[in-house]
Write a protein that binds this ligand. Structure first.
Ligand SMILES: [Zn+2]
Ligand SMILES: [Zn+2]
Length: 139
């Protein structure tokens, strides 16, 4: 399903089908992706940092960051390739949040969910209680 949308990179209006990027930005990004992945495949580039890649390939930092964040680039072989966590700014190889934040966020989510379940149960218990009372009154 295609709809009119603004390209997230250059803002041009285009028919959006699969990618949030317009055709020319999409092609540019694909080119950058192949440049960077070729660069990273070289054994001598194992320990590069983001700055090294930008310097060597002149890829825009924003594009490189989006590759790292989206998890498209395989980072496990490149321990120095990290980006700041979106929550606490600590350098990480995870996608958006560092492992700590992922733990905290999922713990928070779990507490919220179990609280909601408890509230629901209480609600049900209350309903049952008042139903019992009503029945008793009718006896
Ligand atoms: Zn564009
Ligand atoms: Zn974090």
């Amino acid at each position: 399903m295609a709809e009119l949308s603004n390209c997230i990179t250059c803002g041009v209006v285009f028919l959006k089908a699969y990618s949030p990027l317009c055709r020319s930005c999409y092609e540019k990004e694909e080119q950058w992706y192949s440049v960077v992945s070729t660069f990273l495949k070289k054994r001598e580039n194992r320990l590069v940092t983001q700055a090294d890649i930008i310097l060597a390939t002149s890829i825009p930092a924003k594009t490189l960051n989006s590759f790292i964040r989206s998890g498209r680039l395989m980072l496990q072989d490149h321990p120095n390739l990290q980006h700041p966590c979106e929550r606490c700014n600590q350098l990480t190889q995870e996608k958006r949040y560092c492992a700590n934040c992922v733990d905290e966020l999922s713990a928070g989510w779990l507490t919220q969910t179990s609280q909601a379940i408890e509230e629901n149960n209480n609600h049900e218990a209350l309903n049952r209680y008042s139903l019992k009372n009503t029945l008793r009154k009718e006896e």
